[in-house]
Design a binder for this molecule. Structure first.
Ligand code: G1P
Ligand code: ZN
Length: 541
């Protein structure tokens, strides 16, 4: 086996987005495309010789091919050991767990998260640092800079490695250790939650449906929910991971998780429903005929955290991304904690978690997590809900309504306009940035703040600007606009709308109705129809 040095030329489009590099599979299949990016990661890291790398992915199309290429490149670049999930599988939170547990230097996660999979769909790759979390911007920027200058990559000339049976094998001077993708993660969950209480809940006839959406969480959910917690077989729907996610869009929201939504409707529906996404870091929580917004879920989990053994001693603080509703802030205030407001993307929570400033964090985009790993964690959120349900023995709807009665309701919705022309979307954002709205009266609202969100990390002092245009009104209502950083086609405009409703008599209202005036104002301010021809969003969550 010899190391080959292959001459290459840069690709101009290898800038990592909100969560790593995501492109169509066809792009990743171009000669040298993956290799250039991986070599750029390795060149940037300055890892000591013999260091350990963790690797796995969500099992989508191209996962296995990429794993083999990266193993051979790791061997040629002086890594000592690569811990790879059996079959090339590791959910994103499990990868984070393994990196931390075995003190690996870092990890490579192969995923395009909730984007569809298959030969004509998406693939992605991201690098996580030694704390188990996504590489911070200074690292991704250095990787991007390297991709623009790369002239060669190194790869071992060797046969493919068996990644389907557990154990160690040798590849050049490197050890490939194939690990059980579920075991370490499941063990961690057992330390955080009251498995006995949850087992007793299932034993009492409580029923649940978990939709794995033919993505990576199937094996995790079967092991934890059905084997360890005694939920009946069949609790996990769509539990077989498939390379194309069964042709579906593995995004746990009301539109894409239709099997689950159907199962949770009607009086015979299970008590609790949940879904996770392609790589297992997102979650959606449902009760019978009841949807819990991710923003509310974060606030409710924070308010009930001490019911769970792993959080029984209380929380250090909370953190939410800027567009996430302010429901968590109200809980933090009551608990005497700080609630940090960060830009969109999990990477911004890492420093806060590492410094012990926050224990729970969340995003409105179906992401919730804690300091147990450095990624958001879908199944963790589901288990935390189960723990709360097992201790409170109330329905999901009663718990949420009780929370609103106590704290008031932050009525919230996100409107996405997908597949827009990039130039029109950028012009729309420029228009919003330049409009001078401060102090103006718009409809029944007065603008208290109008800015483009900028953030200074309180731990490392790093700054991020242009993180979304905020229009905040004097009554605390908000409209936020930003462009997606994860799409692979055209541009996606996200509009986030929020209003605080203290009056319990109005808590039952449908958010689209309760927010109707702000929704109309949001469209008007951004001139959405005039600029893009769109009269309605493509997805409402
Ligand atoms: C989206 C979500 C964001 C999340 C990211 C990765 O990013 O909005 O909260 O962190 O996916 O899951 P966006 O496409 O908005 O940049
Ligand atoms: Zn994901």
């Amino acid at each position: 086996m010899s190391v080959k040095t292959v001459a290459t030329t840069p690709f101009a489009d290898q800038k990592p987005g909100t969560s790593g590099l995501r492109k169509k599979v066809r792009v990743f299949e171009r000669p040298n495309y993956l290799e250039n990016f991986v070599q750029s990661i390795f060149d940037t890291l300055e890892s000591p010789a013999g260091a350990t790398l963790v690797m796995g992915g969500d099992g989508r199309y191209h996962n296995r091919t990429a794993v083999q290429t990266i193993l051979k490149m790791a061997a040629a670049n002086g890594w000592g050991r690569v811990m790879v999930g059996r079959g090339g599988i590791l959910s994103t939170p499990a990868a984070s767990c393994v990196i931390r547990k075995y003190r690996a230097f870092g990890g490579i996660v192969l995923s395009a998260s909730h984007n569809p999979g298959g030969p004509n769909e998406d693939f992605g790759i991201k690098y996580n640092i030694g704390n188990g979390g996504p590489a911070p911007e200074k690292v991704t920027e250095a990787i991007f800079a390297r991709t623009k200058a790369i002239g060669e990559y190194r790869i071992l000339d060797a046969a493919d490695v068996d990644i389907d049976s557990l154990g160690e094998r040798v590849l050049g001077g490197m050890v490939v250790e194939v690990i059980d993708p579920v075991a370490d993660y499941a063990a961690l969950m057992e330390t955080l939650f009251d498995f006995d209480a949850i087992r007793a809940l299932f034993g009492s006839g409580f029923r649940m449906a978990f939709d794995a959406m033919h993505a990576v969480t199937g094996p995790y959910a079967r092991e934890i929910l059905e084997c360890r917690l005694g939920a009946p077989a069949g609790t996990v729907l769509n539990g077989e991971p498939r390379e194309d996610f069964g042709g579906g869009h593995p995004d746990p929201n009301l539109v894409h998780a239709h099997d689950l939504v159907a199962a949770m409707t009607g009086k015979d529906a299970p008590d609790f429903g949940a879904a996770s996404d392609g790589d297992g870091d997102r979650n959606m929580i449902l009760g019978r005929d009841f949807y819990v917004t991710p923003s509310d879920s974060l606030a409710i989990l924070a308010a009930n955290a001490t019911l769970c053994p792993g959080y029984a001693r209380g929380l250090a603080g909370l953190a939410r991304s800027m567009p996430t509703s302010q429901a968590a802030d109200r809980v933090a205030e009551r608990l005497g904690l700080r609630c940090y407001e960060t830009p969109t993307g999990w990477k911004f929570f890492g420093t806060l978690l590492d410094a012990g400033l926050a224990t729970l964090c969340g995003e409105e985009s179906f992401g919730t997590g804690s300091n147990h790993v450095r990624e958001k964690d879908g199944l963790w959120a589901v288990l935390m809900w189960l723990n709360v349900l097992a201790r409170r023995r109330q329905s999901v709807a009663d718990i949420v309504r009780g929370h609103w009665a106590e704290y008031g309701r932050n009525v919230y919705s996100r409107h996405d306009y997908e597949g827009m022309e990039a130039s029109a979307a950028n012009a729309l954002m420029d228009h919003l940035r330049q409009a001078s709205l401060g102090g103006r009266k718009l409809g029944g609202y007065t603008v208290a703040l109008h800015d483009d969100f900028a953030y200074t990390d309180p731990v490392d002092g790093s700054t991020s600007s242009h993180q979304g245009v905020r229009v905040v009104f004097t009554d605390g209502s908000r409209i936020v606009y930003r462009l997606s950083g994860t799409g692979t086609e055209g541009a996606t405009l996200r509009v986030y709308i929020e209003r605080y409703e203290p009056d319990a008599a109005r808590h039952h209202l449908d958010p689209q109705a309760a927010l109707a005036d702000l929704i109309a104002l949001a469209r008007e301010l951004a001139e959405i129809e005039a600029r893009t021809g769109r009269t309605e969003p493509s997805v409402i969550t």
